[in-house]
Design a protein around this ligand. Structure first.
Ligand SMILES: *Cc1c(COP(=O)(O)O)cnc(C)c1O
Length: 241
C-alpha cells in the first residue's frame, strides 16, 4: 500500500507491541485489551489500508460517516464497527442498525431509543455508558467527577439495565488531554473505581469493559485497567483537514 497510508501496517504492529508490553507490565494478558482503530475524519482508503494490515475493529464518531464507509466496504466480511462519539437521539435508529457496539451512551433517552430500534430490528446491542470523570464542560457523559455523587447514577443505570435489547458491558471515558500522559492516570483510576462501585450496586450487569485510552495515553490507560483502547492518529496518522 503506497501513499498517505503506507505506514499503517508498521504503525499497527508498533501499537500492538506497546499494548502487549503495557498489559504484561500490569500483570494482564495482551489479549485482554481490544484495539479499536478510530477512522473518523479519514477516507475509506484508510480503512482499506487498515484491513490490509490485519485490522478489523473500527471506531467512528458520527453515525453517517461510518455508515458511508461500511457501504463502500460492503464486500469486506467480519468487520466490527464501534460508535464512539456522541449520538443524537434522532440518529439512534441508524446507529442501532449499523453498529456492533455503542461506547457513548450518555442519557436515558438515547438508551431508550437505541433499545426501541434494536427491538424493531431484532438485535441485542452491547453498549458502554460514557462517563465524564473530569468535569470538563466540553465533554459528554454521565456526571461522575464527584465520587460523592455516584449514588445518583444508580437509578438511571438501573433503568438502562432493564432495557431488554441493550447489553450493558461497562464504561467509557475521555479524560482531559495532557502532553504528559501520566497526568491522565487519576481520571482512568476514577473510571475503574466507578466500575467497582457499580459492580456492587448493580451486580445484574457484568461491567467488565473499560473503554479508555487514545493515541497519546493508551499505555497509561492499560496500566489502569483498560479493556478497549480507541486509537486513531498513532496508527492512521493525523486526520486530513
Ligand atoms: C478521535 C477519537 C479517538 C481517537 O483519537 P486519537 O487521538 O486520534 O487516537 C478516540 N476516541 C474518541 C471518542 C475519539 O473521538
Amino acid at each position: 500500500m503506497k501513499g498517505r497510508y503506507a505506514a499503517v501496517g508498521e504503525n499497527f504492529r508498533r501499537v500492538c507491541e506497546q499494548i502487549a508490553q503495557a498489559a504484561r507490565q500490569a500483570g494482564r494478558q495482551p489479549s485482554e485489551v481490544r484495539l479499536v482503530v478510530v477512522t473518523k475524519g479519514h477516507p475509506v482508503e484508510a480503512v482499506f489500508a487498515a484491513i490490509e494490515a490485519g485490522i478489523h475493529i473500527f471506531g467512528e464518531n458520527y453515525p453517517e460517516e461510518g455508515v458511508a464507509k461500511m457501504q463502500a466496504l460492503s464486500g469486506e466480511e467480519n468487520l466490527e464497527w464501534h460508535m464512539v462519539g456522541h449520538v443524537q437521539s434522532r440518529k439512534a435508529r441508524l446507529t442501532a442498525e449499523y453498529y456492533h457496539w455503542v461506547h457513548s451512551v450518555d442519557s436515558l433517552k438515547l438508551a431508550e431509543r437505541l433499545n426501541r430500534s434494536a427491538a424493531e430490528i431484532g438485535r441485542s446491542l452491547p453498549i458502554l455508558l460514557e462517563c465524564n470523570v473530569s468535569g470538563e464542560t466540553s465533554k459528554f457523559g454521565w456526571p461522575a467527577w464527584n465520587e460523592s455523587g455516584w449514588e445518583s447514577l444508580v437509578e438511571p443505570f438501573r433503568q438502562i439495565l432493564a432495557l431488554e435489547h441493550l447489553k450493558v458491558r461497562g464504561l467509557m471515558t475521555i479524560p482531559p488531554f495532557f502532553e504528559e500522559a501520566d497526568r491522565a492516570r487519576p481520571f482512568f483510576r476514577r473510571l475503574r473505581r466507578l466500575r467497582d462501585f457499580l459492580t456492587e450496586a448493580l451486580p445484574q450487569a457484568s461491567w467488565e469493559e473499560l473503554s479508555m485510552g487514545m493515541s497519546n495515553d493508551f499505555v497509561v490507560a492499560i496500566q489502569e485497567g483498560a479493556t478497549m483502547v480507541r486509537i486513531g492518529t498513532a496508527i492512521l496518522g493525523p486526520r486530513p483537514q
